[in-house]
Design a binder for this molecule. Structure first.
Ligand code: BJW
Length: 248
């Protein structure tokens, strides 16, 4: 994409090395072959019920089913790996003096694509923790079939360290995300339907603090009409074009 196709408000912010925050959702991992959640034909929620797989009640009812689903998703993520969108976010982070990456994704692909210091709002599916709350937390790259693992500390079941519907987001991550929104002069919102709260409220906080907010998404979202610019297209191409305009 040529420089002129990017909005002036974005180019100006990059040129002056403005404090930046990037909020990402499932769309940034779509080009890695990882399904999003809410897209009509291809999204996970078109094939699976969130009530059966992404709530604490679902896990209590049928832990095996939930584990099997997360294992299947681990395989998809491991096979897909990071894409141009993840690499572009890492490039922006390396070129700008201040660039915070905040993600709703649980796939760890920003880090795999070279980013450091990623705020994970909904946890990380490569971690598992004690479902009884004894505090045990571990990282695991296991995809092997079998029963849900048990906690080595207290013997209760382990669960994926992700945020399901009705659960609170990790306080530290939410606080860091809000602080980044309040500090940012430029906020890029890439690949999220902006429907799941409280993450969807973060760009609003940035707007209230005077940031320029630019969305990157092939489709309009509830945020589109309230922000400075919406770039319609895939995150890989558009974020790479944006990163190219950042100072070296
Ligand atoms: C591309 C592309 C390409 C395609 N390039 N783009 C206020 C109002 C209404 C409801 C609520 C509210 N506040 C809270 C709620 C309830 C609920 C909620 O928001 N519900 C709404 C859905 C109605 N929120 C919660 O329950 C949250 N908890 C909470 O509020 O707790 C309160 C509490 C406080 C104290 C004590 C106890 C409780 C928790 C939400 C957790 C969400 N969890 C999930 C699963 C995580 C684990 C896992 O992955 O399995 O998080 S659900 C799922 O949605 C996942 C995602 O992170 C999240 C957001 O989805 P995302 O990323 O936006 O994906 P999609 O599919 O929606 O959109 C993809 C976009 O990409 C599309 O726009 C495409 O066009 C685009 N795209 N290809 C760029 N190539």
């Amino acid at each position: 994409m040529s420089q002129t196709a990017l909005p002036r408000i974005l180019l100006d912010a990059l040129a002056r090395d403005a404090a930046t925050a990037i909020l990402t959702g499932a769309g940034v991992s779509a080009e890695s072959g990882i399904p999003t959640f809410r897209e009509a034909q291809t999204g996970l929620w078109a094939r699976f019920s969130p009530q059966d797989l992404a709530t604490p009640e679902a896990y209590a009812r049928d832990p095996q089913r939930v584990w099997d689903w997360y294992r299947w998703r681990r395989k998809l993520i491991a096979n897909g790996g990071p894409n141009d969108a993840h690499r572009a976010c890492a490039e922006l982070q390396s070129r700008l003096s201040e660039c915070r990456i905040i993600t709703e994704n649980v796939d760890g692909l920003h880090q795999a694509g070279g980013a450091g210091d990623v705020v994970e709002l909904h946890g990380n599916l490569w971690r598992q923790r004690c479902a009884a709350g004894c505090g045990h937390l571990e990282t695991s790259e296991d995809f092997a079939d079998g029963p849900p693992p048990t906690c080595p500390t207290c013997g209760a079941a382990l669960r994926p360290d992700v945020v399901w519907f009705g659960e609170a987001l990790p306080e530290q991550a939410l606080t860091a995300a809000l602080a980044a929104m309040e500090r940012a002069e430029l906020v890029l919102v890439a690949g999220t339907s902006s429907m799941v709260y409280p993450a969807a409220g973060l760009p609003e906080a940035a707007l209230q603090h005077g940031a320029s907010v630019v969305e990157i998404n092939p489709e309009p979202t509830p945020l589109s009409d309230r922000i400075h610019a919406s770039l319609r297209g895939g995150a890989g191409t558009l974020l790479a074009a944006i990163a190219e305009q950042a100072p070296r």
